[in-house]
Design a protein around this ligand. Structure first.
Ligand SMILES: NC(=O)c1ccc[n+]([C@@H]2O[C@H](COP(=O)([O-])OP(=O)(O)OC[C@H]3O[C@@H](n4cnc5c(N)ncnc54)[C@H](O)[C@@H]3O)[C@@H](O)[C@H]2O)c1
Length: 253
C-alpha cells in the first residue's frame, strides 16, 4: 500500500480519529492538509507531523458547517498543491443526548447539521474539484457502527450517520464513471479524548464497550487510519460504495 505523491485532505484532524488518520496517511507517503475548526490543535498536530516528516503536512482552520469556509479551504488546497487525490471527511459532532422523546428540535437540527449536512456540503465542493481534474480520486467518509446498529440515547447522531452511509452509496454510483471512488469507514468505539472522558465519568461503560468487541478492547485512531489509507490508495482500486466496519468485530457480536 502506497500513498507516495498523493495529496490528501483530512477534516477534523485536530484530535482523535482525524489526527490518527492524518498521521497514518503521512506514514504511507501522502502530503496532507489537516483541517479543523480548532486552529490551535490542528496546528499542533501538523507541527508534530512535520517534525518527523519534513513538509509533509499543512494545517488549515475552517468551520466546515459553513459552505464559504469549505470553498476557501479547498481553494487553499489547490493553491498549495495544484490538485487533490484523496479526501477523508471525518469531522462530525453531536448535540444533545438522551431519550428520543426529550430531544429538542434544536438538538436534532444541530446534530444533523454537524454530522450530515456539513459532510454533504464538503462533498459538494470536493466533487466539483475532483470531477474537473483529469485524474482518479478517492473519498472516504467516516461513519459509525451506530448507523447500522442504532444507538440508544444518541439516536439522532446514529440516524445522521445512517444518512452518511446512504449518501456514500449514492455518490459512489454517481461518480464511478468519473473514476472517483467513494467509501465509508464505520468505526466501533475508539480511544479518543471524548471516549476517554466518558470512561472517566462512567467506568462501567468502559468494561461494557470493551466486551462488546470480539477482540475485547476498544480501537486506536491509527487502526481507523490504516483502513482509510487502504481505501484512499490505489490498492483498493476495485472497491467503491462500501461501508466497512473497523470495530474489533463489535458489529457481529
Ligand atoms: N470516537 C469514537 O469512538 C467514534 C466511533 C464511531 C465514529 N466516530 C466518528 O469518527 C469521527 C471522529 O470522531 P472523534 O471521536 O475523533 O471526534 P473528536 O470530537 O475527538 O474530534 C473531531 C474533530 O473534528 C473537529 N470538528 C468537528 N466539527 C467540525 C466542523 N464543523 N468544522 C471543522 N472541524 C470540526 C473538532 O474540532 C475535532 O477536532 C466522527 O465522524 C465521529 O462521528 C467516532
Amino acid at each position: 500500500m502506497d500513498l507516495d505523491k498523493k495529496i490528501s485532505i483530512v477534516t477534523g484532524a485536530g484530535q482523535g480519529i482525524g489526527e490518527g488518520i492524518a498521521k497514518t496517511l503521512v506514514r504511507y507517503g501522502s502530503k496532507v492538509l489537516l483541517v479543523d475548526q480548532n486552529g490551535k490543535s490542528v496546528k499542533k498536530v501538523t507541527d508534530q507531523i512535520n517534525s518527523e516528516f519534513v513538509n509533509a503536512a499543512l494545517s488549515y482552520e475552517a468551520d466546515l458547517s459553513k459552505s464559504d469556509e469549505i470553498d476557501k479551504m479547498l481553494g487553499y488546497a489547490i493553491d498549495q498543491y495544484g490538485h487533490i487525490d484523496c479526501i477523508c471527511n471525518n469531522a462530525a459532532a453531536s448535540k444533545g443526548i438522551g431519550p428520543v422523546e426529550d430531544y429538542s428540535l434544536d438538538d436534532v437540527q444541530n446534530t444533523l447539521d454537524l454530522t450530515f449536512t456539513s459532510l454533504w456540503k464538503c462533498l459538494q465542493g470536493e466533487i466539483k474539484i475532483l470531477k474537473g481534474q483529469s485524474r482518479p480520486g478517492s473519498i472516504v467518509n467516516i461513519s459509525s457502527n451506530s448507523a447500522i446498529k442504532g444507538y440508544a440515547f444518541n439516536s439522532i447522531y446514529a440516524a445522521s450517520k445512517a444518512a452518511v452511509n446512504n449518501l456514500t452509496q449514492s455518490v459512489a454510483k454517481e461518480l464511478a464513471r468519473n473514476g472517483i471512488r467513494v467509501n465509508a469507514v464505520s468505526p466501533g468505539t475508539i480511544n479518543t479524548p471524548g471516549v476517554r472522558q466518558y470512561f472517566k465519568q462512567e467506568p462501567k461503560a468502559q468494561e461494557m464497550l470493551e466486551n462488546s468487541s470480539l477482540l475485547r478492547r476498544i480501537g486506536e485512531p491509527e487502526e481507523i487510519g490504516e483502513m482509510v489509507a487502504f481505501l484512499l490508495s490505489d490498492s483498493s482500486s476495485y472497491i467503491t460504495g462500501q461501508i466497512i466496519s473497523v470495530d474489533g468485530g463489535a458489529s457481529i457480536n
